[in-house]
Ligand binder design. Structure first.
Ligand code: ADP
Ligand code: MG
Length: 263
């Protein structure tokens, strides 16, 4: 299809937004103290687009991802999926929303008494999918992240990188419209990180999934079409890596941008 070829170089503004954040504000209250973790963040991710979010520790990256995933409610502003506001959804619709979003947590959140394959199967089982479909999808997804050998192992027997890959397989197995990942390569050596990036890129390319990845790693961030930089809960810079630029490789342009203070 023609548009498939055009897509990666098209500016974000012309693609139909799948996931949007409009002026998101999040305050955390502890006792009498209020801490503003997000202070008016807006973004838009189209189908098949990959957005990277960078920024120092404490800048609000995880908070932003939780709000996008419908795991927490904003103090102000709005999250929209296909132009529908999350705040307008009933509890049942919100559950449905979360099914369309794959989430990779910074802390994996694997179930310790279930094997790798069982952890990956969990969202499908909860969804009530047929056994044959569950088995097939689990096999394919476990293979895609390179964990066939560990399929029957418990998480406690895995390395950090293998646990992380299990978490990513579990997020991808339902083929969600949106994949949100918090530091997905934080514990991976660079070869495994490369493999994971290729899994994410395949999800983006072959299934038109929208991907939002929080990362400290410029190599991971450079795989995105666009990079947002957060500081103190606000977007302090954006760079579009998909749009030609001066013709230098995305990783190089990103490095120069970060070196200049990110916007
Ligand atoms: N549940 C919470 N309760 C109180 N403060 C929180 C909570 N979660 C995050 N924060 C605070 O909000 C700010 C942003 O945190 P976070 O989104 O985790 O940042 P990042 O992921 O960029 O490191 C930090 O100052 C953090 O201490
Ligand atoms: Mg975080």
């Amino acid at each position: 299809m023609h548009w498939r070829i055009e897509r990666s170089s098209a500016p974000a503004a012309v693609s139909v937004p799948l996931l949007e954040a409009l002026d998101l504000v999040k305050d955390y209250r502890t006792g009498s103290e209020v801490r503003r973790a997000l202070d008016g963040v807006s973004l838009s991710v189209g189908p098949g687009r990959f957005l990277s979010v960078m920024g120092p520790s404490g800048s609000g990256k995880s908070t932003l991802l939780h709000l996008l995933g419908g795991l927490d409610r904003p103090t102000g502003g709005e999250v929209m999926l296909r132009r529908r506001a999350l705040s307008a959804l009933s509890d049942r619709e919100l559950t449905e929303y979360r099914r369309q979003v794959g989430f990779v947590f910074q802390s994996f959140n694997l179930v310790p008494v279930l094997t790798v394959a069982e952890n990956v199967a969990l969202p499908l089982v909860i969804d009530g999918r047929r056994r044959a479909e569950v088995d097939r999808r689990v096999r394919d997804t476990v293979a895609a992240v390179g964990l066939e050998e560990q399929a029957d192992a418990l998480p406690s027997r895995l390395s950090g990188g293998e646990q992380q890959r299990t978490a990513i397989a579990r997020a991808l197995v339902t083929e969600p419209a949106v994949l949100l990942a918090d530091e997905p390569t934080g514990n991976l050596d660079s070869a495994t990180g490369e493999q994971l990036l290729s899994v994410l890129k395949a999800a983006q390319r072959d299934r038109e999934q929208a991907i939002v990845v929080v990362t400290h790693d410029p190599n991971v961030a450079a795989a995105g079409d666009e990079v947002l930089h957060l500081r103190d809960g606000a977007v302090t810079g954006r760079i579009d890596l998909g749009c030609g630029g001066d013709g230098s490789p995305p990783a190089q342009r990103l490095a120069a941008w970060l070196g200049d203070g990110a916007g």
